[in-house]
Design a protein around this ligand. Structure first.
Ligand SMILES: Nc1nc2c(ncn2[C@@H]2O[C@H](COP(=O)(O)OP(=O)(O)O)[C@@H](O)[C@H]2O)c(=O)[nH]1
Ligand SMILES: [Mg+2]
Length: 277
């Protein structure tokens, strides 16, 4: 069973707690290929009194039909949900509209009290590698203007003014996943979210190949020239090794290399867009 709660996560939680005091809205990035696996109910509880927006990121690596279904499901549960490809900065406009929507009640309250509505303050959180830095770059773009420190309230914090009415904390919060079962741990390992010391590459590759057998046998057949996709997973891995010439001196399959190969090709999207949920 994959266990993962490194020491720096304790510090990360404290940091998120501190930063929560400064913002009106929280954007939580989730990997669109396995959004549920990236969530953490404990953290969501911490931000419950803030407006939360879920962003399914890396939609270019996910199956659009399944992304649409995840989105629908989360919306039904009452969440605000957007979808993004942060590398190409697709989906940002809709997301920013959601930010304003989430802030509307607070903005109205300010108006009612006769106050000027200040820009909404937003922070980004997400598990490692989900794309937080890429996402910030996308939103900040070239117009990126550092708003600077706000005396008294936000000492030492940098804000990016991404629109006249939206300010973004420039350091995203590192979120730790809550791993409930083996399968979730394997998904997170496959998505490169948990550190490689926490798992054996072979185990994760084995999980991936099993998953391909069930959901995408054509990838095994076409990309890796596996003739019989109904054979045991070990044998499929050996067949991939043979097809790619990943053999040990004695001619047996080099399982370390096969494992690394399929993990890399999955993560880069060279196998195609494959969702895990
Ligand atoms: N294909 C794709 N890759 C992404 C996307 N967002 C981030 N990435 C990639 O995911 C990796 C991790 O991104 P990074 O922003 O460093 O993640 P962070 O650890 O959350 O800050 C990098 O290789 C990014 O290029 C996306 O929307 N689509
Ligand atoms: Mg980063």
């Amino acid at each position: 069973m994959i266990q993962w709660f490194p020491g720096h996560m304790v510090k990360a939680r404290r940091e998120i707690e501190e930063n929560l005091k400064l913002v009106d809205v929280v954007i939580m990035l989730l990997d669109a290929r396995a959004p549920m696996a990236c969530r953490n109910p404990e953290l969501e509880k911490m931000i419950r009194h803030k407006s939360l927006i879920l962003v399914l990121n890396k939609i270019d690596l996910a199956e659009s039909r399944r992304t649409a279904r995840s989105k629908q499901l989360l919306k039904k549960q009452g969440y605000r949900v957007a979808a993004m490809d942060s590398v190409h900065c697709r989906g940002s406009k809709q997301l920013l509209n959601l930010v304003q929507e989430a802030y509307a009640p607070q903005a109205e309250a300010m108006l009612k009290k006769g106050r000027r509505v200040r820009p909404v303050r937003v922070m980004v959180v997400g598990v490692p590698n989900v794309g937080k830095s890429t996402f910030l770059n996308c939103l900040a773009g070239r117009k990126m203007a550092r708003v600077g420190e706000k005396p008294g309230v936000t000492r030492g914090k940098q804000w990016l003014r991404i629109r006249e009415d939206i300010e973004l904390l420039d350091t995203p919060g590192l979120m730790w996943p809550k791993i409930e079962d083996e399968k979730q741990g394997l998904k997170l390992a496959l998505l490169n979210i948990i550190g490689e010391n926490a798992y054996q590459e072979y185990d994760v590759a084995f999980y991936l190949v099993e998953y391909l057998k069930e959901k995408h046998p054509e990838v095994l057949q076409e990309r890796y020239r596996v003739k019989d996709v109904d054979q045991p997973t070990e044998d499929i891995m050996a067949a991939i090794a043979a097809a790619r010439g990943l053999l040990l001196k004695g001619g047996e399959a080099d399982l370390d290399k096969v494992s690394r190969l399929v993990l890399q090709e999955y993560r880069r999207g060279t196998m195609g867009s494959i969702s895990l949920e």
